[in-house]
Ligand binder design. Structure first.
Ligand code: NAD
Length: 447
């Protein structure tokens, strides 16, 4: 089937089940309930379900709490334990479970297969099961195989939301992609988005699955490209901001996603870029360009470690006795997600070289979740951004939280043992102001 845009007219509420209430599942469930559908969200994590039923949102995501509360008050959104309870009464079931990186770089489909096996006995005849998780080509068929239900259709509907703006992105998408071998099933899923003004692209499952990986691969490529350009700017004495303005104003290139930084991370790009390479390899194609994109990113992370080492005059690999004050831990601003955060990679490397790291992030103040405790072990966490300056030999800004741009440099300097360099991996601070405060400044590709 070739791709095709459809005009969706129906606005009937539909009963939905959502399996997995993480960043994607909770946003999907809450947004569909907000659009008027009846949604039951299920998760295997008892703590999460309890929190949600007590009115707490387990993640940091702008606008999510409000639509969850409204939808619950309207009786359109429920949280239950387990995939089965979410799927039992649903006309359409969304699988929003993790697809982490497997040992060989491929996407690990075990959560998807497990969820499919759990819902198989309970899903209603005639229901549609939707892969919203990011899954490799062939996963629609893989889920059909696990379900063993000839009366149930499986459809691919990849999600493109960004953490930090997830609710906005879900409700105002650039497009909705639906992949199915069954036109009727695809149109039933398309109906769910009827009240959203966006192009809906219906295509075959392999194309829908490929679109998601290709989109993430392309975005990762843009960031790696601009980071490589930033490295070049440093070498030739150019300024990356001017270069980005110059190239981004060409409409064929576009200025979005051309922000230099410490390297990309997060829950999607690292695993999806590697999965893309692996999917291509499994089908006989060497996706050399994507390998290059990943290599440039690995180099970028290492370059940030080198910048911090250079800032304390340690060009080699020994950082014993050095204290690094770190601003930001999450992989980007607006989320509490620490998965594959560039900050954590760089900090791990600094600690491996002997440094002590004292860090502040607005999402790690107060009681930590078990996951936070595990991934932040060994980092000294403080409750105030100024506290990272205490005893610091160098300051490093890792996450572009807007408040860091407004940090009181005078008070920061007052807490430092002596003037140090700020390594601003996000180009967030004004170099002139930092220097005026008596500190050194090093950004990414900035002259
Ligand atoms: P997540 O880890 O935040 O959430 C997954 C949830 O699924 C967890 O709460 C987990 O307890 C639950 N779960 C696992 N197995 C289950 C089962 N059998 N039954 C019920 N619940 C189960 O993951 P996420 O970030 O929401 O990502 C989910 C999928 O969406 C992944 O494939 C990811 O690549 C994709 N995706 C993520 C984003 C993003 O920005 N996070 C964006 C687009 C697509």
């Amino acid at each position: 089937m070739s791709s095709d845009s459809v005009a969706v007219v129906s606005n009937e509420p539909i009963r939905l089940g959502v399996v997995g209430t993480g960043y994607v599942g909770l946003t999907t469930g809450a947004c569909f309930a907000h659009l008027g559908h009846h949604v039951v969200c299920g998760d295997v994590d008892e703590r999460k379900v309890r929190l949600l039923n007590d009115g707490h949102i387990p993640i940091v995501e702008d606008g999510l709490e409000a639509i969850v509360n409204d939808a619950r008050a309207a009786g359109r959104l429920e949280f239950v334990l387990g995939a089965e309870s979410a799927a039992a009464d649903a006309d359409i079931v969304f699988l929003c479970v993790p697809t982490p990186q497997g040992d060989d770089g491929s996407a690990d489909l075990s959560y998807i297969e497990q969820a499919a096996a759990q819902i198989a006995p309970v899903v209603k005849p005639g229901a549609v099961v939707v892969n919203k998780s990011t899954v490799p080509v062939g996963s629609t068929i893989a889920v059909e195989r696990v379900l063993q239900r000839s009366d149930v259709r499986v459809v691919s509907n990849p999600e493109f939301l960004r953490e930090g703006t997830a609710v906005h992105d879900f409700l105002h998408p650039d497009r909705v992609v639906i992949g199915s071998a069954d036109r009727g099933a695809a149109e039933r899923v398309a109906e769910l988005y009827a009240s959203i003004d966006t192009p809906i692209l219906i295509t075959d499952p392999a194309s829908a699955e490929t679109i998601k990986y290709a989109a993430n691969g392309f975005l990762a490529m843009k960031v790696s490209f601009v980071n490589a350009v930033a490295a070049m700017c440093e070498a030739v004495g150019a300024d990356v901001a001017a270069v980005v303005e110059g190239i981004g104003s060409d409409q064929r290139i576009g200025g979005q996603f051309l922000r230099p930084g410490p390297g990309w991370g997060g829950s999607c790009f690292p695993k999806d870029s590697r999965a893309l390479v692996k999917i291509a390899e499994d089908h006989g194609y060497n996706f050399a360009m994507m390998r290059g994109v990943i290599d440039v990113n690995d180099e970028q992370l290492e370059r940030m470690v080198a910048k911090i080492s250079a800032a304390v005059g340690r060009a080699g690999d020994d950082l014993a006795g050095v204290t690094v004050g770190a601003l930001g831990l999450t992989f980007k601003a607006g989320t509490d997600d620490l998965r594959e955060s560039p900050a954590l990679f760089i900090i791990a490397e600094l600690r491996r070289l002997g440094a002590t790291v004292r860090a502040y992030d607005p999402t790690t103040v107060g009681e930590l979740t078990p996951h936070q405790k595990a991934v932040l072990a060994g980092i000294e966490l403080v409750d105030d951004p100024l506290e990272v300056a205490d005893g610091a030999d160098v300051l490093a800004l890792f996450t572009e939280w807007p408040d860091f741009a407004k940090i009181d440099l005078g008070r920061l300097v007052a807490r430092l043992p002596r003037p140090v360099t700020v390594v601003d991996t996000r180009n967030l601070l004004d170099p002139a102001l930092v220097r005026e405060a008596g500190l050194g400044y090093d950004g990414v590709g900035r002259r």
